[in-house]
Design a protein around this ligand. Sequence first.
Ligand SMILES: Cc1cc2nc3c(=O)[nH]c(=O)nc-3n(C[C@H](O)[C@H](O)[C@H](O)COP(=O)(O)O)c2cc1C
Length: 467
Amino acid sequence: MTKRLIVNVFEMNTPGHITHGLWRLPGNQRDRYSSIEYWTELARIAEAGGFDAVFLADVVGAYDVYDDDFAPAVQRGLQIPNNDPMLVIPAMAAVTEHLGFGVTFSTTYEPPFAFARRMSTLDHLTDGRVGWNIVTSYLPNAARNFGLAEQIPHDERYRIAEEYLDVLYKLWEGSWDDDAIEVDREGDRYADPAKVRRIDHEGEFFRVAGPHLSEPSRQRTPVLFQASASKAGTAFAAKHAEVLFTADRPAGALERNIAAIREAAVEAGRRADDTRYLVMATVIVGRTEAEAREKYEHYRAFRDAEGSFVHMSVPFHPLEHDPSITIREALVAEGRHDVIAEGGLPLELTVGAFRAGVDEAWDARFLAVGTPEQVADTIERWLDEDGIDGINLRQYHSYDTIRDFGELVTPELRRRGRMREAYVPGETLRERIFGEGARLPERHPAARYRGGANLREPAAAAAGRGE
Ligand SMILES: Cc1cc2nc3c(=O)[nH]c(=O)nc-3n(C[C@H](O)[C@H](O)[C@H](O)COP(=O)(O)O)c2cc1C
């Protein structure tokens, strides 16, 4: 069977998400990110172009490692200013019928009860078109914004996330029965209290009584997205995530990651095809190859190399050193003996090689530039040879990138059976991605709380049984 492409617009509620410097392009609308019209227009263009979803990244702190200051990030609008991603979804949902929405929220800083209600609300308002990108947050500044002196260690964040999801599953799946809502005017019963229950969660990190405040929504649990690279993150993803972002570097990592996660998912009692794999991709298309190349070069000319170092939290100034010296020598010159001691950087690499690597990473492996036929050929190779299921489309120019894709690439992919001719009315995001039900399958760990089952049993006991 021909594999169809999942295609999302990669967004963030900020001027500069991942294509640093490009907000300055003539006609780029990114500086309108704080107006509601920016989002409604984006959503309309995305739906007209057949996109599956708008996927919103988020961070809850400023990038302040480079230069030991947030100034370089603020100056370039690099993920700051940065508004709340959840709040633009209802606006986009109101002007579309089919478009899905993925939103990033961290399990590290805000407790689960209020978040469960907000996501249920979004699932109601979008009629089942919402997904959640589970992150544990990597910015040191974020920790300091939420009352901590420093970041919680990486693997500990995933332990917290594990319990966080357990609480959410109890609220989303176990607290209300499907038929709890009656709306019986004569009988004076809005809902049946016998079909609504507390969860009485008492864990290591959270205590939540419940009941969940929202009635069941179409999907109950939103579609679960996650990106991970580490051992702890991958184990977590294998258990919980439905749609995964996988890193494509170093070479061969993508294939290895996909195979490892599928295998671990099966070990966790799920099926190999319960997961889908997305990569971030760049698609620049023109009516002729020359037009596409010209557009690409024009975009590249606006690129801000230093922005990449700010985004990567590089703790020195690669552009200020002779490229032939090593990173160690550069750090010594900047008096950063603390960074040398931490040992996180490839200290013997030359500064020039480091810069070249970052430059190359800007386009990354999933780059297609050319005519609609040429980029469609490339995308088909990604699907069939690299084994991915879809892309988060990086925007170089808002809205040209998505308009070009919708007008030129979508028709070509439809001709090849790689995208559907039309949306299926009333379909939830989960149904669109997996072609099965609106709810998580029975073999997913969330399902164990359905109908109020297992609510009192500590999650640790379930984990001990390998559930
Ligand atoms: C495509 C992609 C998008 C991501 N989006 C976010 C994001 O919006 N917010 C965030 O805090 N982390 C984001 N991350 C980082 C991941 O959540 C994760 O921390 C990272 O992939 C490292 O994996 P690990 O947590 O297993 O170490 C993203 C990663 C990738 C690859």
